[in-house]
Ligand binder design. Structure first.
Ligand SMILES: [Mg+2]
Length: 374
């Protein structure tokens, strides 16, 4: 008996999600569902003017993280923080988490303690409760996290709300997590080349390594925006790089955008890493992933309030869709900004394949069915 076999990788990330949607299309849709697949999190009505926001993510050893790099307590923290980041990107407050773990046979009790200490620390930091989960043995360390958040229906923010004339804003600084990954990969290579005689020097790179291994979800930023009386018109968290996220907002909102490159903030330590590797700092800032900052748009009349906020930058503006997504700098003028690189620049720096799945660009391994994918 012969059966046709199509490798799943041949679909690509977006093709995979479209195909899944096709298979699921017959499920009757409730009128309380506001947003299914296609934003940072799914959104449905929970009654009393409240919406619930749900996001889920898997982290798999060898695909999303390398256990030789990351202490298990940081991994526990990061697994919660990246999900909280998606909830926050809907302007919602995270409330509950479930954590399921597949534990390999060589995993120690001490490692497990570290993992759950990190999970607990993150839950406390974001004011959430851990309400359940599952454990199993597995061939590699595997974590599956679900976070549920809540937001008043009038306050929810989607990727799809940006309007022509809005301004594009970014919290914090970007490129640091990618710089941290570069440092860690380099240290591993040195260790392999020089063996036992090599002493890693990570002192100089604490900020960028922490950005990579222990990122922070910007719950504080949505709280500060609320206090300032600013409701973003659209929002997304920066998991795949600023350029990629601007494209997501553009596609979902039916708009174009111009990013002013000199306005995109990076930390001096990020610049030092780029300089050390003779890389372009702008490529780190625009295309580096995993910073988990918030990229959002605001109405023109809210810009003065944004200017008064600390740690939020206006980095560009929203234009008509036909102009596409562009980048501007005084050196280069206006040029098309692609999700993963400038059109006429060399390809952006890419980490070693297999080290951290999220930085490998679109592939079915990091498809986020609940959110970032479609
Ligand atoms: Mg996201």
């Amino acid at each position: 008996m012969s059966q046709s076999f199509t490798p799943i990788a041949s679909l690509g990330e977006f093709g995979l999600i479209d195909r899944m949607k096709e298979r699921l299309a017959d499920i009757p849709r409730s009128e309380n569902l506001i947003e299914g697949i296609g934003d940072d999190a799914a959104v449905y009505r929970a009654g009393d003017g409240k919406l619930h926001v749900v996001t889920t993510d898997v982290l798999i050893e060898g695909v999303h993280f390398d256990r030789t790099f990351i202490p298990t307590s940081f991994l526990g923290w990061k697994s919660i923080a990246v999900n909280v980041s998606d909830v926050v990107a809907m302007n919602a407050k995270p409330l509950y988490a479930t954590v399921s773990a597949g534990l390999p046979r060589n995993f120690s009790v001490e490692m497990m303690d570290g993992l759950y200490d990190g999970v607990a620390e993150a839950c406390k930091a974001y004011g959430m409760e851990l309400v359940g989960g599952d454990t199993s043995t597995a061939h590699a360390l595997y974590l599956s996290i679900t976070v549920i958040g809540e937001v008043d229906e009038k306050d929810v923010v989607f990727r799809r709300g940006a309007n022509v004339g809005d301004f594009l804003c970014l919290s914090g600084d970007v490129g640091g997590a990618y710089a941290g990954l570069k440092v860690l990969l380099d240290q591993r290579e040195q260790l392999e080349n020089l063996g036992e005689s090599y002493e890693p020097d990570l002192e100089a790179f604490q900020y960028v390594i922490q950005r990579q291994l222990r990122p922070n979800a910007r719950l504080d930023v949505i709280q500060a925006l609320k206090e300032a009386g600013v409701r973003p018109t659209s929002m997304i968290d920066v998991s795949d790089g600023v350029a990629s996220e601007v494209h997501h907002i553009g596609r979902r909102s039916g708009v174009g955008a111009t990013v002013r490159i000199p306005a995109v903030p990076f930390d001096p330590e990020t610049r030092a890493v780029a300089d050390q590797f003779l890389d372009d700092i702008d490529a780190y800032a625009l295309f580096g992933g995993e910073d988990y900052e918030l990229l959002f748009t605001v109405r023109e009349e809210d810009v003065p309030k944004i200017d008064e906020m600390e740690g939020v930058s206006v980095i560009g503006n929203i234009e008509v869709e036909t102009k596409g997504v562009r980048a501007y700098s005084p050196d280069t003028g206006l040029m098309p900004l692609h999700p993963a690189g400038y059109q006429h620049f060399d390809a952006p720096p890419q980490p070693d394949p297999g080290a951290f799945g999220d930085d490998e660009g679109p592939s079915f391994e990091d498809t986020d069915f609940s959110g970032d994918g479609a």
